[in-house]
Design a binder for this molecule. Structure first.
Ligand SMILES: [Mn+2]
Length: 331
């Protein structure tokens, strides 16, 4: 039996679930979790939500089918379903020791997922885990509508950069089409998703953009957010989401980098690319990971040292020969 079928059967056969996703959750982590919660609700199952970082403010307009727990201990469960976690560490240190991997289901779309669960449905070509939950809903005979569909649409639209990244497949569009047929109000949805900024956030992005720069014969764009920039503008790390896309938009740029100072000597890196350049491999060589065109990681060093190191790695990668060779390594 395929993992996908095994998971559908397990959901039918059991009643009590724990649903969780990665720390600092993005739209896919939240959307897939909420979508699966709504799905379980329709089947009359009980479940608990857990995310160590809680629900980000920018997604607070969604209808939660259950309370989002941020603390252990949690209620007893028969199966834990872990969503969008490229490895077990992404669950956060608290849940790591609480979970019984023998009662865990791992649904993910990251390359190199170590398949830490009893059942592992890992498909790196999928746009998002939300897309996979939509397929599961269809396998279980459900229409893609209501709050379930809205949550899954959020997962797909955020993980594909509004259906623009190379992970957007034909099936992504056909699921989106089913969701629109199911009655999703796009205008209302988009105003909730995109009208979330504060004036402070606009100022933060403006200042960061002003100091963006190009390296490696203008093939690499870099944007930095030192902690003092957030203090100066009264913003927080959540407000930095997406800054990497400004340098990704510059003509001729093959790799876009953002570096954000999380705390002293802790720098969060995001990498984005177009086409063949494999930023997952670059992130991996620096202790991080992700997807072919979108990856990230953390440096425990100063901003200046992190900048030097990431630029050096990218330069080596870009100069290491034809890019199609790098592409061949991951397919
Ligand atoms: Mn994802």
């Amino acid at each position: 039996m395929t993992p996908r079928k095994q998971i559908a059967k397990t959901i039918k056969d059991y009643n009590h679930f724990l649903l969780t996703s990665h720390i600092n959750p993005d739209g896919d982590a939240i959307g897939s979790m909420l979508g699966l919660g709504h799905l379980l609700n329709r089947m009359g199952k009980t479940f608990t939500f857990y995310n160590q970082s809680g629900l980000p403010e920018r997604f607070s307009w969604l209808n939660l089918p259950a309370k989002m727990h941020t603390r252990i201990p949690l209620q007893e469960y028969e199966w834990a379903i872990i969503l969008d976690c490229g490895d077990g560490d992404r669950l956060g240190e608290n849940l790591g020791t609480f979970l019984d991997t023998d009662k865990s289901i791992n649904i993910d779309h990251h390359y190199g997922n170590p398949e830490f669960g009893r059942y592992n449905w890992v498909e790196p070509h999928r746009s998002s885990v939300g897309e996979m939950i939509a397929l599961l809903a269809q396998d279980l005979g459900m229409e893609l509508n209501g709050d379930m569909a809205k949550s899954l649409y959020l997962a797909m639209v955020t993980d594909t950069g509004s259906f623009s990244y190379s992970n957007t497949g034909a099936e992504t569009f056909s699921i989106a089409s089913e969701i629109i047929k199911g009655g999703l109000d796009l205008d209302s949805f988009n105003s909730h998703l995109y009208q979330q900024w504060s004036l402070n956030k606009v100022h933060l992005h403006g200042l960061a953009m002003k100091h963006a720069n190009l390296y490696c014969q203008d093939r690499v764009g870099l944007i930095k957010i030192p902690a003092e920039l957030m203090q100066q503008t009264g913003t927080n790390p959540e407000d930095c989401e997406g800054v990497v896309n400004y340098v990704r938009s510059i003509k001729g740029v093959k790799v876009a980098i953002s570096l954000r100072e999380d705390s002293e000597n802790k720098i969060k890196m995001s990498l984005r690319s177009w086409g063949e350049v494999d930023v997952n491999a670059i992130a991996h060589s620096l202790g991080g990971g992700g997807h072919h065109n979108a990856a990230g990681g953390t440096f425990y060093m100063s901003m200046q040292e992190a900048e030097g190191l990431v630029l050096e790695k990218i330069e080596q990668h870009l100069d290491s020969g034809p890019e199609d060779r790098n592409w061949a390594q991951v397919t």
